[in-house]
Design a protein around this ligand. Structure first.
Ligand SMILES: Nc1ncnc2c1ncn2[C@@H]1O[C@H](COP(=O)(O)OP(=O)(O)OP(=O)(O)O)[C@@H](O)[C@H]1O
Ligand SMILES: [Mg+2]
Length: 366
């Protein structure tokens, strides 16, 4: 049986750009899928297709057991969405924004107010609750937007880069909220560029690049694919890089990497702390002064590097990324007149702002 979020062969092109190039997904009920990829990978496009906001060129999607293309209205009643750019009404106060969402979803006035108050506290917006959202900082708008997505608790939630622009305390708070939601049975698809976030929250991770899923598995499975632990050394003097490289090659169990700008060398090893001690001794013997040395497990960035040959960060500049298209170009919102509210085109929340082609959308729950 397909999971709570299911997609098969999704294809979506914008002119020459294949934003989705045959994406398959299957998210079991009550779990979190992390869609991880660099700028322009196709994450938002996938979310927009799955939340009925965009019609795919090809493929099939089923959310909460409902065919997305055949019954978009029904899907909207079963999902919650927090888009990449905050979609708050800036002429209303934080409290009014949240109360309005509750009322739109048929809560009684009292229940809507109570829920609004709860969420305002939870997201550290209590002090600013009665100010118009126009006066909020980017991170505050982001939090208000996320709170709005949680006014009612739909069985399936989509969050597009939920923690982009949040400071560490608020990021941690949101992670806790997400974990509670999922413990309560919600199925969540979350997009992120933060490897740590996918590692921390997602049961399964799909790594996407150029519209394709290039790897999937748990964080541990993905890390295991790139091999075991590595030794990482930062030498004090770049003149010592060559000698250090020679030393590391002697201990390494595979190709190492050198980043001359930060004088850092990395090499896959086996042998743990004992081997680390030997490496330090040998470097010392050869007169190499060390600024930093350590043993670490592969990060998801290493995974990305081994899959694509480049780092997540580097991927931003290559190929299709950037999306400097007009916000209205190529839009094909499924279903038109939506349940709930829908605001678009408003940038917010400290996101890089390179992506004019994405809108702020929220669609409905019951
Ligand atoms: N409405 C649009 N019109 C034209 N091109 C678009 C549109 N929306 C997305 N694209 C292009 O499709 C590709 C995938 O974009 P998408 O927004 O899905 O990426 P993303 O993974 O969400 O990136 P980011 O991390 O920057 O949010 C990009 O090359 C983008 O420029
Ligand atoms: Mg995006």
């Amino acid at each position: 049986m397909p999971g709570a979020i299911y997609a098969e062969g999704l294809v979506k092109s914008f002119g020459a750009v294949r934003a989705l190039d045959g994406v398959d997904l299957d998210v079991p009920e009550g779990t979190v899928l992390g869609l991880l990829g660099p700028n322009g990978a196709g994450k938002t496009t996938a979310v927009r297709v799955l939340t009925t906001l965009l019609q795919p060129d090809r493929g099939k999607a089923v959310v909460a057991g409902i065919d997305v293309l055949a019954h978009p209205d029904k899907v909207r009643r079963s999902i919650g969405l927090s888009g990449q750019f905050a979609a708050v009404d800036e002429y209303l106060t934080g409290r009014e924004n949240l109360t309005m969402v509750g009322r739109l979803y048929q809560m009684s006035g009292r229940a809507a107010k109570r829920r609004a108050a709860e969420l305002l506290e939870r997201f550290h917006l209590g002090d600013a609750a009665d100010r118009t959202a126009k006066t909020y900082s980017g991170g505050m708008r982001r939090r208000l937007d996320l709170a709005a997505a949680l006014v009612v608790s739909p069985p399936v939630m989509f969050m597009d880069e939920p923690t982009t622009g949040l400071d560490p305390r608020n990021r941690q708070e949101l992670w806790d909220v997400i974990q509670e939601l999922v413990a309560g049975g919600t199925t969540l698809l979350l997009t992120t560029q933060y490897l740590e976030e996918a590692d921390r929250l997602a049961h399964d991770i799909c790594v996407v690049d150029h519209g394709k899923v290039i790897a999937r598995g748990t964080a541990d499975q993905l890390k295991a694919r790139t091999g075991g632990e590595r030794v990482e050394v930062v030498v004090h003097d770049s003149e010592h890089l060559t000698v250090a490289e020679e030393v590391l090659r002697g201990f390494g169990k595979g190709e190492g990497t050198v980043d001359p700008h930060i004088r850092k060398l990395t090499v896959p090893v086996t042998g743990g702390a004992k081997l680390l001690a030997e490496v330090i001794r040998e470097l010392d013997l050869r007169g190499v002064e060390i600024d930093d040395i350590g043993l670490r497990r592969p990060t998801l960035d290493d995974v990305f590097l081994s899959l694509t040959g480049h780092h997540v960060e580097d991927a931003e500049c290559d190929g299709a990324g950037g999306g400097s298209t007009d916000a209205s170009a190529g839009r094909a919102d499924a279903g038109g007149g939506a349940v709930g509210r829908q605001k678009r085109g408003r940038k917010g929340a400290g996101t890089a702002g390179v992506e004019a082609g994405v809108t702020s959308d929220r669609e409905g729950v019951k």
